[in-house]
Design a protein around this ligand. Structure first.
Ligand SMILES: Nc1nc2c(ncn2[C@@H]2O[C@H](COP(=O)(O)OP(=O)(O)OP(=O)(O)O)[C@@H](O)[C@H]2O)c(=O)[nH]1
Length: 427
């Protein structure tokens, strides 16, 4: 990682460079199993007995190059924070390479490979085909089922098994049953097409891409979520995307509990030539956010993305800390944070609903990112989330590479889950 920090950005990246960058990225972010729900609760960031099981990951690693910090007067922070909070001096991690000129947006991979009829690597269908949703409905319709009540029962079972949830499933199947009795379907294929329509209709209202308000200066994005859901990785991917779009941005390393998270964010910052504001481990997350917003304002940054430590939605003290971060940001800009982006692990199943309920109550979630849909996710939880909350799904994570964070597209998502017999190309 040392050589990586010191390396100069090449003038014209070659394919080999691109491959090397992907390899480095993979090395920088090895698979880390998400914290199991049964894990003992974390002590609040800043408590003296905080222990970090992942701290050893970074113990041997050198600190990223730093520049002289721009100290924030203690009285300003003290005034902004609740009584009794102190602030450490901020450290601005400047990029080791000059800010790169904006590059062209990463091309989305081709959606189908015409030569093999297989979904193209990186396409929605290729990434989601392992889901319980895609597998169960795929095998159901490949048997050319008869159009009868048994088929509806099988669809019902498939949807519930895929985490769509009982209420949403019942509504979907009742609609199909009504239309089947009204003889609207000529065959099982027509029923499948109707199911596709219903599923897209359920997701369409929440397929609202994130819009960056350029007048916000900066547009502040606060990321929240349970441990290990992919917050820091998602921030890195967003940084990559915003950088490609030519937006000046800054990152705030607000996950002050897990030492590896700060290093992880700094590495993403290095890769993308984005400054990262960080303080020491166990620093007050609200203080980091405050420093970062102040620095971003001073520099005329367009977007500030703040990380926070993962926390279980049942940990009242830690949930309250999120409210404090929000209030502290609002002292500098009453409209900040402009987006509270909750990252949800798509493999979590129906537990995602109670996570969102608690985080929304604590901090007012305005957008969602559902990650790891490429893994063991069943794929259906998005329908349950959409039906119950109607909160915009901004992005989905369908892999670990920067370009695997996709703007959520209801049609592409549903088509990737359903059998190809509808005639789509897997887009
Ligand atoms: N397969 C897959 N893995 C992902 C995706 N997004 C994140 N991950 C992986 O999930 C793991 C945890 O990601 P982190 O970004 O460290 O999670 P976090 O929420 O910041 O973790 P805490 O700081 O502990 O709360 C890492 O191994 C990531 O590479 C995705 O869309 N697909």
């Amino acid at each position: 990682m040392v050589s990586f920090f010191r390396r100069k950005k090449p003038e014209k990246p070659s394919d080999a460079d691109a491959e090397r960058r992907i390899a480095e990225l993979a090395a920088a972010f090895p698979d880390a199993a998400p914290a199991p729900p049964s894990e003992p609760p974390q002590p609040p960031a800043g408590s003296s007995d905080a222990t970090d099981p992942t701290a050893a990951d970074t113990a041997a690693e050198p600190a990223a190059p730093t520049s002289q910090p721009e100290p924030v007067p203690a009285e300003i922070i003290a005034a902004a924070m609740e009584a009794g909070d102190s602030a450490d001096t901020a450290t601005t991690i400047e990029p080791a390479v000059p800010l790169a000129a904006p590059t062209q947006p990463t091309a989305e991979p081709a959606e189908a490979d015409a030569r093999t009829d297989k979904p193209a690597p990186g396409s929605w269908r290729e990434r989601l085909r392992g889901s319980a949703f895609a597998r169960s409905l795929g095998s159901l319709f490949s048997r050319h089922p008869r159009l009868d009540d048994d088929l509806l029962d099988e669809i019902e079972t498939a949807l519930i098994t895929a985490d769509v949830g009982v209420t949403a499933t019942t509504e979907l199947v009742d609609d199909l049953r009504k239309r089947m009795k009204a003889r609207q379907f000529a065959d099982a294929g027509a029923l499948l097409a109707a199911l596709r329509g219903d599923l897209v209709e359920l997701l369409q209202p929440v397929a609202m891409p994130l819009r960056i308000d350029r007048d916000a200066k900066p547009f502040v994005l606060l990321t929240v979520g349970v441990n290990g859901v992919g917050k820091t990785t998602t921030i890195g991917k967003l940084a990559h995307r915003f950088k490609d779009e030519g937006r000046p941005l800054m990152l705030a390393a607000g996950d002050t509990f897990r030492a590896a998270a700060v290093a992880q964010l700094q590495t993403w910052g290095e890769r993308n030539g984005v400054p990262v504001i960080a303080q020491g481990q166990n620093a007050d997350a609200a203080s980091v956010a405050f420093d970062a917003l102040q620095a971003a304002k001073a520099r005329g940054t367009e977007v500030l993305i703040a990380d926070t430590a993962g926390r279980l939605h049942t940990q009242q003290g830690l949930m309250a800390e999120l409210g404090k971060i929000k209030r502290v940001l609002a002292k500098l800009d009453p409209a900040a944070p402009h987006e509270v982006l909750m990252v949800i692990d798509g493999t979590t199943g129906q537990n995602a609903l109670s996570q969102l309920r608690q985080f929304h109550a604590a901090v007012g979630v305005t957008g969602l990112v559902v990650t790891k849909l490429d893994g063991t996710a069943k794929g259906g939880v998005l329908f349950a989330l959409a039906r119950e909350f109607g909160i915009p799904i901004r992005y989905v994570g369908i892999g670990e590479r920067p370009e695997d964070l996709r703007v959520f597209d209801a049609g592409a998502f549903v088509d990737a889950l359903l059998p190809e017999s509808l005639g789509d190309t897997g887009g």
